[in-house]
Design a protein around this ligand. Structure first.
Ligand SMILES: [Zn+2]
Length: 68
């Protein structure tokens, strides 16, 4: 699987950061916990088909590539 340039940069965003322009949301936001919880959202790149999961959980990296 070859990552496009934008996805290579996206994978290095360990903290918050917005998705690059070719990332589209996949499915719905998943909300965990309540007020102090966190949420996750999946994205897929329309250029190279790479899938990312974005998490606001402080214990996770913000942007994680799906390894399948
Ligand atoms: Zn890409």
């Amino acid at each position: 699987m070859e990552l496009c340039d934008n996805c290579v940069k996206q994978a290095t965003k360990l903290k918050r950061g917005s998705p690059h322009p070719d990332l589209e949301t996949v499915g719905d936001v998943r909300i965990f916990g309540s007020i102090n919880g966190y949420r996750e959202q999946d994205y897929q790149c329309v250029v190279c088909q790479t899938k990312f999961s974005f998490s606001t959980n402080r214990n996770d990296f913000a942007w994680t590539i799906w390894r399948s």
